[in-house]
Design a protein around this ligand. Structure first.
Ligand code: NDP
Length: 319
């Protein structure tokens, strides 16, 4: 089955999804729906307001929209016309998003897989798997080293900052402690450091450093380091979007201590998020083809549906 996919929203994730769909054999790309009309791409671009009229030509729609406002405001509208997959990452509101998407997809007869990506997404699956293995699991999630968009935006708002990025860096000793079974007392704010790289005039350095390290919520509770670098160094070393992390679960199994770990080291957060999204888009298209409707979380998707191979092949080769 060749799956015809379309993308809505052409930011970092939309660009990564475009690249990946074109490189994936069982997919073809119908086009991109955007609020903007002059995108820098060879792919056909359609006004997002007209998306519904193309619904019967698209097997699955990748919602590459922002989680802050786009997804809460627009996702159900797309589920009324399309099979969808999204990467909604506002963890505390995921159950609410699920309910809304379920109602929209059920009533329109479509299928929507929500909150794919890596966290939520692959990390969620691994948290559940890790917890299932132990009577009393001890589990920690560490994020990074990775570029945080929200914290980078916050440093760029400090007066005098010309360029700025912030990396979240997990403490190696905390990771080692979690692996050794001592994760129970690890607090996320103490287990992660924040490292900033800033371009600014030298006369502003001391004030900018003070303002950043004392910024409430964003930096004050964390061990924060502010490095001032040249424009050239910034251009050379800080334009990528690396990320990653670890889900570590340990537990006692009647006298024996075990440790289970899932690790990601990502050179590009959007490229990897798009990869997870495309795998779940494959599952969504197959479930829709089989007549299933409503919302699904990543926990409800049988693993074999993510694969390009069929179940019989996987059974013979991987089980
Ligand atoms: P962006 O801010 O790059 O893009 C979001 C939207 O903004 C786009 O869909 C696009 O819509 C619009 N946009 C993008 N660039 C411009 C521009 N130059 N001018 C005007 N509008 C623009 O977000 P990302 O693609 O980086 O991330 C999307 C979401 O993915 C995030 O909100 C995050 O929540 C989620 N995410 C989830 C992860 C997970 O593991 N679950 C991991 C990483 C991200 P349009 O084309 O219609 O203008």
């Amino acid at each position: 089955m060749t799956i015809t996919a379309a993308i809505v929203g052409y930011g970092n994730l939309g660009r990564s999804a475009e690249k990946l769909i074109k490189a994936t054999e069982d997919f073809e790309l119908f086009g991109i729906f955007s609020r903007r009309d002059n995108l820098d791409t060879q792919t056909p671009v359609y006004p997002v307001a007209d998306a519904a009229q193309y619904a019967d030509q698209v097997d699955v729609l990748l919602l590459c929209l922002g989680s802050a406002t786009d997804i809460p405001e627009q996702a159900t509208g797309f589920a009324e016309h399309f099979t969808t997959v999204d990467t909604y990452d506002n963890h505390s509101k995921v159950p609410e998003h699920y309910q809304k998407m379920n109602a929209a997809a059920e009533s329109s007869g479509h299928l929507s897989i929500i909150s794919t990506g890596w966290d939520p997404g692959l990390f969620s699956m691994n948290r559940v798997l890790g917890q299932a293995l132990f009577p009393q699991p001890v589990q920690n999630t560490f994020w990074g080293k990775g570029l945080s968009q929200g914290h980078s935006d916050a440093v760029r708002r400090v007066e005098g900052v010309k360029r700025g990025v912030q990396y979240t860096v997990p403490r190696e000793d905390a990771i080692a402690e979690a692996r050794a079974g001592g994760g129970e007392d690890i607090v996320a704010t103490e287990a992660h450091a924040r490292v900033c790289y800033i371009v600014a005039d030298e006369t502003d350095h001391d004030r900018i450093r003070e303002e950043i390290v004392n910024m409430p919520a964003y930096f004050a509770p964390y061990q924060t380091t502010v490095n001032f670098i040249s424009e050239e160094e910034f251009e050379r070393d800080h334009l990528g979007m690396p990320h990653g992390g670890h889900v570590i679960t340990t537990g006692d199994l009647g006298g024996s201590q075990q440790s289970v770990e899932f690790t990601l080291e990502l050179e590009s957060n959007p490229d990897f998020t798009a990869a997870a999204m495309v795998a779940f888009a494959r599952a969504a298209a197959r479930l829709a083809e089989a007549g299933e409707t409503g919302a699904r979380s990543v926990l409800e998707i049988p693993l074999y549906l993510l694969s390009t191979q069929d179940h019989d092949t996987l059974l013979a080769r991987e089980v």
